[in-house]
Design a protein around this ligand. Structure first.
Ligand SMILES: *Cc1c(COP(=O)(O)O)cnc(C)c1O
Length: 376
């Protein structure tokens, strides 16, 4: 699905230098590169604070811990997302309340969100799935009205612009109270190991998040609140400092691939190409197609994926089991509502390879094989 080796070879000298500098300094933890990266990313995102941490799941957990919620408080989030988003809610003894997504954008449907708000609702976690932002104007208006926190799970959309109704552009992850991201190697801004970050414009939340991520420490060996230990190591920060300089170019490369796929598939009645929202740019963490009405979509999709695999083409389902059907949430089952849109999408989505190093030959090969299967 990605080609990280070839991407590395293009920036090999810069990366090797940066890594050797860290080894030479031997400041493996909290070296200068970590603060530099936080500063550089804050500038890129145009956000006041960036707090680096160990991975994207920790970022979500720490953000939620910093809000001072009580056990049993309800957090509304999509069922149609990667498990990390919803898992941390249950881990903190909060209650995940699953909201339907819009079948076109794959992100939270604000009308459905409104229906789920109760006196126990304390926060909303929108996910900018596949690289396009959730409808933040609507989500923020609902949050304001009902006094709710908003934590944007921006693991898949770093660098995407949200365009408000008034034309104002802001980076995904900087609109809610807190934003979180992941630097897992295959993410759009990927490290060479694990990494994550939390963003906020709020002074008090910044202090709280920094403390939570560092054993609840206010000053050395004084621990005021229960926290955790979550750090981005210096080597990863050094690598990310270089890759951040290439992020816009990487996004453009992904968009070029997506445009190619769009042109190849736009007139095929069996599949729908990704919807492009007018309120967001799309950074195409995934290129996800939707099967239109075919008789048995899951069977048809499996046959398509097998056919592609026989031709050496990987294709993936993100995600085959939605949150409301995961065994880990059985304890909450009785309160889950039916989720027809999420179930419908889960049976029909599939993603094709997309990364920064794809060439026209590969794209021609992949699109010709997909089309060959669809006309059968
Ligand atoms: C990748 C991802 C995460 C978690 O990131 P890790 O760094 O793997 O912990 C969380 N949410 C979403 C939507 C993701 O895609």
């Amino acid at each position: 699905m990605v080609d990280l080796r070839q991407q590395y070879s293009k920036i090999e000298k810069e990366i090797n230098n940066a890594v050797l500098n860290v080894l030479d300094s031997s400041h493996y933890i909290n070296g200068k590169e970590v603060q530099d990266f936080a500063t550089n990313l804050a500038k890129y995102l145009d956000v006041k604070y960036v707090i680096p941490c160990a991975n994207g799941t920790d970022a979500l957990q720490i953000a939620l811990m910093a809000l001072g919620l009580e056990p049993g408080d309800e957090v509304i989030t999509p069922s149609f997302t990667f498990i990390a988003t919803t898992e941390v809610i249950a881990l903190l003894r909060l209650k995940p309340v699953f909201v339907e997504v819009d079948p076109k954008t794959f992100c939270i449907n604000p009308d459905e969100l409104l229906k789920l708000i109760t006196p126990k609702t304390k926060a909303i976690v929108p996910v900018h799935l596949y690289g396009q932002t959730a409808p933040m104007d609507e989500i923020m208006a609902i949050a304001k009205k009902h006094n709710l926190f908003v934590i944007e799970d921006n693991a898949q959309a770093i660098g995407a612009d949200y365009i408000s109704a008034d034309g104002k552009k802001r980076k995904a992850g900087t609109i809610g109270n807190v934003g979180t991201t992941s630097f897992f190697p295959s993410k759009n801004l990927g490290a060479y190991g694990d990494g994550g970050a939390i963003f906020t414009n709020d002074d008090l939340l910044f202090e709280k998040i920094r403390m939570v991520a560092n054993h609840g420490q206010s000053k050395r060996y004084y621990h005021d609140i229960v926290g955790c230990n979550s750090r981005l190591d210096t080597l990863q920060a050094a690598i990310l400092n270089i890759k951040l300089q290439h992020l816009d170019e990487y996004i453009l490369a992904r968009q070029t691939v997506a445009n190619f796929y769009d042109r190849a598939f736009e007139n095929n009645s069996k599949i729908s190409i990704p919807f492009r929202s007018s309120s967001s740019t799309h950074v195409f963490h995934q290129y996800t197609l939707l099967l239109n009405e075919v008789e048995n979509p899951e069977k048809y999709r499996n046959e398509l994926i097998d056919f592609l695999a026989q031709n050496g083409i990987p294709a993936m389902i993100y995600y085959p089991v939605p949150g409301h059907k995961q065994k880990m949430f059985e304890q909450f089952n009785s309160s889950f509502k039916e989720m027809p849109t999420t179930d419908w999408l889960t049976q029909r989505v599939f993603s094709l390879p997309i990364h920064t190093e794809m060439d026209t030959d590969q794209l021609n090969f992949i699109t010709s094989k997909v089309l060959a299967f669809l006309i059968k």
